[in-house]
Design a binder for this molecule. Structure first.
Ligand code: G3D
Ligand code: MG
Length: 252
């Protein structure tokens, strides 16, 4: 349990956990769009945020319960394709893998079997498995649906994983689903309806990876280095709020 101290010297028994989440799936299924919607509540149809490097992450902090904050480090695989060594390296330190497909694109769904095979190569059955979930994206295009709800749930049943639908374009179900993922990772049992109701209030901070940005003197690369291991209970850092002089908690 991490302790957070306020300026009275009290500690509030605030638990802070950080998890590394990888979004996998074919190009154009909406991985980047989901991450941007989740971390910035923003959808950019012109994709001005297109990455210049292969892998990138965005951090989102969620208040899951009164005493628990969960930071999700959301990794975008960019244009990387199945089998590339670079993705394998990032998968190894991950806590969660989200398999994304486009509900209007049958081959993006079928190809998830190949993505799963790839993941199983990195995490053989003999090893501790990461949390996994299935995401059917672009529900705003339901009238063009090519993948049935039955196929969707059959895939999830086959691998014993949770499944979600969402639309990065409208934002529908993005935050509730990600809060559910965060709750599962932190082993917090909450009814889904309750999560949905609280979703609007749950978002408290986002930090975008930026080589120029430092937090308490740390670059984002320092942050990655300190959090590349399976990271239940990563530490929060404290810094002085310049205006008030109070200590505040910054989630890395
Ligand atoms: P990727 O990161 O998986 O490669 P992107 O996918 O996030 O780049 O999205 C690919 C295309 O799908 C983009 O359109 C994006 O606007 C669109 N898209 C993403 N999510 C949704 C969604 O929920 N609904 C709809 N209708 N479109 C979505 P372009 O036109 O740039 O190819
Ligand atoms: Mg992308």
């Amino acid at each position: 349990m991490q302790k957070q101290f306020d300026d009275d010297g009290d500690n509030d028994d605030l638990d802070v956990k950080q998890f590394k989440v990888i979004f996998l799936g074919d190009g154009a299924v909406g991985k980047t769009s989901i991450i941007m919607r989740f971390t910035k509540d923003h959808f950019d149809p012109e994709q001005r945020y297109k990455q210049t490097i292969g892998l990138d992450f965005f951090l989102k902090q969620l208040q899951i319960t009164e005493k628990l904050q969960v930071s999700l480090q959301c990794w975008d695989i960019g244009g990387q394709t199945i089998g590339q060594k670079m993705i394998k390296n990032y998968l190894r330190g991950s806590n969660a893998i989200l398999f994304v497909y486009d509900i209007t694109n049958q081959s993006s769904f079928q190809n998830l079997e190949n993505w799963m095979t790839f993941v199983k190569e990195v995490f053989p059955e003999s090893e501790k498995q990461p949390y996994m979930a299935l995401i059917g994206n672009k529900t705003d295009l339901g009238y063009q649906r090519k993948v049935s709800v039955e196929e969707h749930s059959a895939f999830a049943d086959k691998y014993g994983i949770r499944f979600f639908y969402m639309s990065a374009r409208t934002g529908d179900n993005v935050l509730p689903a990600m809060i559910k993922v965060a709750s599962d990772l932190a082993d917090v049992k909450k009814p889904y309806v309750e999560i949905e109701r609280e979703a609007m209030a749950a978002s408290v901070a986002t930090i975008q990876r930026d080589h120029e940005t430092t937090i308490d003197g740390k670059t984002s690369d320092d942050i990655i280095a300190s959090s590349s291991q399976p990271s239940k209970g990563n530490k929060e850092s404290k810094s002085k709020d310049k205006k008030s002089g109070k200590e505040k908690c910054i989630i890395l």
